[in-house]
Write a protein that binds this ligand. Structure first.
Ligand code: SF4
Ligand code: SF4
Ligand code: SF4
Length: 246
């Protein structure tokens, strides 16, 4: 069986998710034995208009981005949104809460009016073109990336968790961040990271993998009440990665 041709493209982002692929180190050779990379700006100079799988990092923030992603979609058999910027718009979507002129002036100062700095509302990739698979997280999880890629190469459908981060956190035996008087988004955020922030970092979950498909809002309300917090407190935290879903 021939290896699928894979192209990796970046839009508005920090490229940290692509860096996770580079950071696979020895496992990168295993990945390269499964696929034929034909375009990947961060790691190679070759380019190609012929590919089977397109991996998209970053969010769509300008009209020319929309044209570009539509062309990529036309060429790819499978399109993967890669990382929170691509799957949800990520932190880039915070921009949508403000007047764009103010945002540009804050970032670019006196150069804000230059034509090549034109900007538009930030969109996740699926808000512009159909997406076949999403690889969640900011940044993505290396193990989940290789798992999903292996599934696709073998013609299998990857299983992405649709239960909350709290499940993994409890399994790890971590003391809940609410006990430290913090607000954690674990009860409504999609698992799959191993509850990295509360368990490894001693930090609340800030929702980088997006919400589960049907967040249990009543249970979240109960947790907030138990710990003397309000739903408004929770919504304010959701804004960081899930702007528009609060
Ligand atoms: S999801 Fe996070 S790490 Fe990945 S490109 Fe966006 S900002 Fe960077
Ligand atoms: S720390 Fe967060 S993820 Fe862990 S159990 Fe508490 S609310 Fe859930
Ligand atoms: S714990 Fe939450 S913020 Fe941290 S990696 Fe997992 S989903 Fe992202």
């Amino acid at each position: 069986m021939s290896k699928p041709r894979v192209a990796i493209f970046d839009f508005a982002c920090c490229e940290g998710c692509q860096l996770q692929i580079v950071n696979l180190e020895e496992d990168l050779l295993n990945v390269l034995s499964l696929i034929d990379p034909v375009e990947w700006r961060e790691a190679m100079s070759e380019q190609s208009e012929e590919y089977d799988i397109a991996i998209i990092e970053g969010s769509i923030t300008r009209p020319e981005d929309e044209k570009r992603i539509k062309k990529i979609r036309e060429r790819a058999k499978v399109l993967i949104a890669f990382g929170a910027c691509a799957t949800m718009g990520g932190v880039n979507k915070l921009k949508n809460m403000f007047a764009f002129d103010d945002v540009k002036e804050t970032v670019y100062g006196k150069d804000a009016g230059l034509p090549h700095l034109a900007t538009a509302a930030t969109k996740a990739v699926h808000e512009v073109v159909p997406v076949d698979y999403k690889i969640h997280g900011c940044p993505i999880d290396k193990k989940e990336f290789t798992y999903i890629l292996r599934c696709l190469v073998q013609g299998k459908k990857p299983v992405i968790p649709d239960y909350p981060v709290c499940v993994e956190c409890k399994k790890n035996g971590t003391i809940c961040r609410y006990e430290y008087n913090e607000i954690c988004l674990g009860p409504i955020t999609r698992a799959g990271c191993g509850a990295k922030c509360p368990s490894d970092g001693g930090f609340w979950c800030f929702g980088c993998r997006g919400l589960v498909d049907n967040p249990n809002v009543n249970a979240a309300k109960d947790v907030m009440e138990t710990y003397g917090k309000t739903m408004e407190d929770l919504k304010a935290k959701i804004l960081l990665f899930n702007q528009g879903q609060e």
